[in-house]
Design a protein around this ligand. Structure first.
Ligand SMILES: *Cc1c(COP(=O)(O)O)cnc(C)c1O
Length: 394
């Protein structure tokens, strides 16, 4: 008989019931070091007092009004993000997928309003992940995301990630935008090379295309910059944000330039819940912590120490971990495995550390951004223990 919760996840039989900082506790009292943080969501771990206080205060004041009226929290957070990024304006959503949906709509709308409705097409990349709506899965070439849901939106073409020549070869009179993750998260912690990312911007300028960056996973401080595009010499036209922005409260945003934003005039888009007062109060508190002077530099330093410690661990377990370098940047890290990644994630959980699989052979480590040296030491100890006890052969 089917479970009352739709069986879209093949989950282990574990219930998490409490969180405290970088730790989660299950219903049997077992403690886990949380190095996945709700998939790069709990940027300040579990139960951070500043975020808890912000949510409590807002809960006692006002939960929801819909977007029929001005929401002061939206304006405050938008001003702060505007000051800190390329963006002139933004639309708040409840999730990453909705931010992507808004981005795709804004790109089409921009070309439509500017007299080029034929530029409805997008170029996206192999192994990309942009979410689960019909629009978002249209922007992925992965069979496991698309199978059974076609026909999807017309106009999407796919190039290999980091292949600029292949990307340029796909551009035609229908191309309107290029959508790309600066660092592919679900795809296996693969970074866009500077030549690729900077080259995409050149292609966009040359052909009148919009550059859409999906920073839902790699943004909000994860890489040691507020947004990953700051590692390159470019600015996007549109950028999607979610995950870390709410620190665990469902929230996303689609940020754009003025030229794009003005085409999304009254009535073109909307959301009942998007950017509601609860979410905005938490996002404002997240920004308080993230924009504190020195915080992002500390993420960079912590990330480098983690990568170094992982790098030292790899050769001690060379039948489990591939000799490849530690992937990623900041606190968005990946290890390539020689054993099945999903099996290893399950086994590591038994050793008290939470990670997630990515791509075909990578495990992702994306801890809260405010972890310390003791957490790094403990993570390496637990991963080493998991590697030692991982069942060999069959
Ligand atoms: C998680 C993710 C999404 C989808 O976000 P949801 O909040 O799950 O809808 C989209 N793009 C990227 C890069 C992501 O990591």
């Amino acid at each position: 008989m089917i479970s009352s919760v739709m069986p879209t996840y093949a989950r282990p039989d574990i219930e998490m019931v409490r969180g405290d900082g970088a730790y989660l506790f299950d219903s049997k009292g077992r403690k886990y070091l949380d190095f996945i943080a709700g998939i790069a969501v709990n940027a300040f771990g579990h139960g951070h007092p500043h975020l808890v206080e912000a949510l409590k205060r807002q809960a006692e004041t006002l939960w929801h009004t819909s977007n029929l009226y001005r929401i002061p929290g939206q304006e405050k957070v938008a001003e702060r993000l505007k000051a800190a990024t390329f963006a002139d304006t933004m639309f708040f959503t409840n999730s990453g997928t909705e931010a992507v949906e808004c981005a795709l709509k804004a790109c089409r709308r921009y070309h439509y309003v500017n007299g080029q409705p034929e530029k409805y097409g997008f170029i996206a990349f192999d192994n990309a992940f942009h979410g689960r709506s019909m629009g978002a899965i249209s922007a992925s070439s992965q069979k496991k995301l698309r199978e059974g849901f076609e026909p999807l939106l017309p106009g999407f073409k796919f190039a290999p990630f980091n292949d600029l020549a292949a990307t340029e070869a796909l551009i035609d009179e229908h191309t309107g935008g290029i959508i790309v993750e600066p660092i592919q998260g679900e795809g296996g912690i693969a970074m866009a090379t500077p030549a690729f990312m900077n080259g995409l911007k050149v292609l966009c300028d040359k052909h009148g295309l919009l550059l859409i960056l999906d920073e839902i996973q790699c943004g909000m401080g994860r890489t040691g910059k507020l947004f990953a595009y700051e590692h390159y010499d470019i600015k996007p036209d549109i950028m999607t944000v979610a995950k870390g922005i709410g620190g665990g409260f469902p929230l996303g945003a689609c940020l754009t330039t003025e030229a794009v934003g003005v085409t999304m005039s009254a009535g073109t888009h909307g959301s009942t819940y998007g950017g509601n007062p609860l979410g905005m109060a938490v996002a404002d508190a997240v920004l308080d912590l993230m924009l504190e002077p020195g915080f992002l530099d500390q993420v960079t330093a912590t990330g480098e120490r983690l990568a170094q410690a992982l790098g030292q661990m790899i050769p001690n377990h060379d039948d489990v971990f591939a000799a490849a370098p530690v992937r990623g940047i900041g606190l968005m890290r990946g290890l390539q495995l020689k054993v099945p990644n999903r099996d290893f994630v399950g086994h590591a959980r038994g050793e008290g550390i939470l990670a997630a699989a990515a791509g075909s052979d990578v495990i992702r480590l994306m801890p809260p951004l405010n972890i310390g040296q003791a957490h790094i030491d403990e993570a390496v100890e637990r991963l080493s223990a998991a590697a030692r006890s991982f069942p060999r052969g069959s």
